[in-house]
Design a protein around this ligand. Structure first.
Ligand code: ATP
Ligand code: MG
Length: 565
């Protein structure tokens, strides 16, 4: 797919309509710019030579029609109209830039939002295969680069019109000088594209690679802070980070410096041409250039306006090249299919049935093989087995995080699939093996994703046997720190238990949820869990057999297969 197709696929119908409007607006602007430049020529001509007023058919008509008293008055009125026109020109330009920026900047909001939405909608299996720092980078960096790219495309569009109109006018006034100018400017543009643009494009690719590395190193280091402290090998890390940030800066230096080259080059050429024109005219008219003053001023003004335009076209072109990589990334990630959740309801009255289920994370490396299982509503069951035997995976499939690769998961007689997975997941309270608490209060963590209800929070905290501990602090308002660092492992687990109970689930799933607790606390919590899950289905993974002693059935997994003891 080429750039335009990708861009188009990222824009909505309304965006395209807005762009079309902007397109016509930019034509209007170009006309105004061209008038603004060309109108100075007759004004200077009239101001320096009053006889023109009577000799020129149009001037004479206007002079008569408005019954103007003297030539000086005529010039004054002309001047006043011009001043009003230039003020109008500025205002309408400002409005145009406002519309342009409004469009491009709000694209950042939309793109970042859609990226976040898409990442959140990734199936779990896809999500864990991705690097979260790369996704962070896309939302923060690439989406904003896209804004740069879109605005560059728009700038280029409007500047191209301006250049065309001014050129047309210049050809009309003096085609010889214009031709000379065209050749020079075209040669310049070609030279720039061949040299500078190429370098800028490759700097853009390097920029993306290094920024990704950047985020990865930061995440890796902050996430393993403790380990790094212990091994005291932070020197290597610093070195790695240093080289990434250095090269990143280098790429930006290349981009920023080379970005100036077209402007400086053009200015040199442009001013050279102006001097050349004046010299040429002096030579041609043998020293008396007063007659050519209006042409000269028109060309000076045209060049004055044209150079920034050509320059902006070139720098926009370079910006596009520099940010092209972002377009690829954003386009690619937004084209990703989001998980289909479905809205159908599901009723759970009898059994969860697993039929001939197999699962693999990677091709030809089965993690679960032909598992058959039936879990009656309200029953309490346990899974045991060696580490890596597939317990967590099986439970993740039961709660609807992974889709079976073959076989089925049924609730009563309904197959759980894209049409009803959302309803199914909402029945599950899950306490994971590794608890992650976000940087907020205990209460916020417990109510995570649901409505905040203080009473209910405290009730759940009591059930999870952590309420008493929290009363020595600030209760549900106690801060947990990022990831829950301000709490012990066991305290985190108990908050995770409270979190699972908060939604009052029909099915409660514990993946080694009590492994970090001492025997005494675990016994207490398990008593509580058995008690509150009286009418709930309880699915547990545990290493301690004592945890599972009240289970009706214990299944053993070995290398992804259920074995009967
Ligand atoms: N995202 C993944 N991609 C690839 N392989 C994976 C992934 N997650 C788990 N595995 C593999 O699947 C197998 C089963 O993992 P699982 O987490 O289900 O084991 P487990 O029985 O829960 O072990 P433990 O008792 O240590 O928690 C392991 O061999 C593991 O390496
Ligand atoms: Mg596990």
């Amino acid at each position: 797919m080429n750039m335009i197709q990708k861009l188009r696929s990222l824009l909505t119908r309304r965006d395209k309509q807005f762009l079309l409007g902007l397109f016509f607006f930019s034509i209007v602007i170009s006309v105004i710019e061209t008038v603004g430049i060309s109108v100075i020529m007759p004004f200077i001509a009239v101001a320096t030579d009053f006889t023109l007023i009577q000799n020129n058919e149009y001037y004479a008509k206007v002079y008569k029609f408005f019954n103007i008293q003297s030539e000086v008055d005529f010039v004054i009125y002309f001047g006043v109209i011009l001043i009003i026109f230039y003020i109008f020109r500025s205002i309408i330009n400002l409005f145009y830039f406002y519309m342009l920026n409004k469009f491009t900047q709000s694209r950042y909001h939309l793109l970042a939002y859609r990226l976040f939405e898409n990442y959140m909608g990734l199936p779990y299996k896809e999500f864990i295969n991705r690097n979260s720092s790369v996704m962070t980078k896309s939302i923060v960096g690439e989406a904003s680069n896209m804004t740069g790219l879109i605005s560059a495309v728009l700038f280029m569009m409007s500047e191209i019109f301006i250049v065309i109109f001014i050129y047309a006018m210049m050809i009309y006034v003096n085609y010889k000088i214009t031709f000379l100018l065209t050749v020079i400017l075209l040669l310049n543009a070609l030279l720039m594209i061949k040299t500078v643009s190429k370098k800028i494009k490759s700097a853009g690719v390097i920029r993306e690679e290094l920024q990704r590395k950047f985020f990865e190193i930061i995440n890796r280091s902050f996430g393993n802070f403790k380990l790094i402290k212990l091994s005291s090998n932070d020197k290597d890390l610093l070195e790695e980070f240093g080289s990434a940030s250095y090269t990143y800066a280098q790429a930006n230096i290349t981009n920023a410096t080379l970005g100036q080259v077209p402007r400086l080059f053009l200015e040199a050429v442009g001013f050279g041409v102006i001097v050349f024109i004046i010299t040429y005219l002096v030579w041609k008219y043998d020293g008396d250039v007063s007659g050519a003053l209006s042409i000269i001023s028109m060309f000076v003004l045209a060049l004055y306006r044209l150079m920034p335009s050509v320059n902006r076209i070139m720098s926009s072109y370079n910006t596009i090249l520099y940010n092209l990589r972002s377009l690829d990334i954003v386009h690619n990630d937004l084209m990703y299919d989001m998980e289909k959740l479905g809205t159908e309801k599901i009723i759970y009255q009898q059994n969860i049935i697993i039929k001939d289920l197999s699962f693999e994370y990677e091709k030809d490396k089965p993690v679960l093989k032909n598992v058959d299982l039936s879990i009656a509503k309200g029953s309490k069951i346990g899974f045991v087995g060696e580490s890596g035997s597939g317990k967590s995976t099986l439970v993740d499939i039961i709660i609807g995080l992974y889709k079976p690769c073959s076989g089925e998961l049924l609730c009563d007689d309904t197959i759980i699939d894209d049409t009803n997975i959302k309803a199914w997941r909402s029945k599950v309270g899950y306490i994971p093996q590794a608890v992650y608490l976000f940087d907020g209060t205990v209460g916020q963590n417990v109510a995570f994703g649901s409505e905040y209800n203080e009473e209910k929070i405290n009730e759940c905290l009591k059930k999870a046997k952590i309420y008493d501990f929290l009363t020595t602090k600030e209760g549900a308002l106690t801060l947990v720190g990022e990831g829950g660092v301000m709490l012990s492992g066991g305290q985190k687990q108990r908050i995770a238990i409270a979190r699972a109970l908060y939604i009052d689930p029909e099915i409660l799933v514990l993946d080694e949820a009590t492994s970090a607790l001492d025997d005494e606390t675990e016994k207490e919590i398990m008593n509580e869990i058995y008690e509150i899950s009286d009418d709930k289905t309880l699915i547990m993974i545990a290493h301690r057999t004592s945890t599972l002693d009240r289970c009706e059935k214990i299944y053993k997994l070995k290398n992804g297969e259920l074995i009967n003891d």
